[in-house]
Design a protein around this ligand. Sequence first.
Ligand code: P6P
Length: 332
Amino acid sequence: MTKKNTTLGEFIIENQGSFQYSSGELSKLINAIRLAAKVVNHEVNKAGLIDIIGAAGDTNIQGEDQQKLDVLANDRFIQTLKNREIVCGIASEEEDDFISINSNDNQHQNKYVVLIDPLDGSSNIDVNVSVGTIFSIYRRVTPLGTPVTLEDFLQSGDQQVAAGYVVYGTSTMLVYTTGDGVNGFTLNPAIGTFYLSHPNMQFPETGKIYSVNEGNYVHFPQGVKDYIKYCQKEEGDRPYTSRYIGSLVSDFHRNMIKGGIYMYPKSSMASEGKLRLLYECNPMAFIAEQANGRASNGKQRIMELKPTELHQRVPFFCGSRKMVEKAEEFMK
Ligand code: P6P
């Protein structure tokens, strides 16, 4: 077990050998994400001070108003990944199509693709509620040396080599996995260094927190309604507590530490729910499973799903294993 207060940089070097595919490229990739996270953190933390909050006057493919920080975070992560010359392709919530990185000949020799939600929960920015970055990393499946294709991005979550999130909250944390457990690093903003503060993070097997937008209750499928009523019933260790920040990364992070379930079900308003499979649900599912939690679409593991399009949505139930299993029972 790596000792606390190890820096992220030291941790990456110490654990590089344990990663079966490590050729240093993945370490460079995590380091690039570390740098971009610091830059975005700096911008997020002063959002109220300079004119970068509020709508950017544009909308993304999701039809959502792009907040200026969305655009800034997207640009920062894409630029950092391009400059480090370690990926051959990027897909982002803020980009209609994937980006093929082919600025010079050897770019195509890079074997990783990154899928990212650069600033999730951005509608919370103007009201000073925490937001997050979510990233997912795969090895490409098409031949090295050729431009990436959509096939490189439409891989099931079980093929991820790494995934993580940055939560810009009361403190800024980077939490990630390369398939060997989940570790959390807290940024010391005074010196711009991430320190290992939460080694080997694990979801408690069960919990007493449920996170769902109950304003959509009337539109939920009956099984979801029945599970919510189960959470609220005075029986045994219930009623549970309802905690919903409206920022996936924050709700997920709290529930991983305290125990709980996050739900974004389908509804009569959103036939596949709201969250995107590739750059929200798959990376959070990889982290959840690596932390002994569970992530499903209500029927099967999120990471088994075979994606069919870049921005597809899926219903999402994620958190303490026994709570997700109980919710699935109600939805059978
Ligand atoms: P609603 C933010 O837009 C997000 O993608 C997640 O971070 C968050 O949990 C969810 O949507 C909130 O959606 O419909 O409850 O406001």
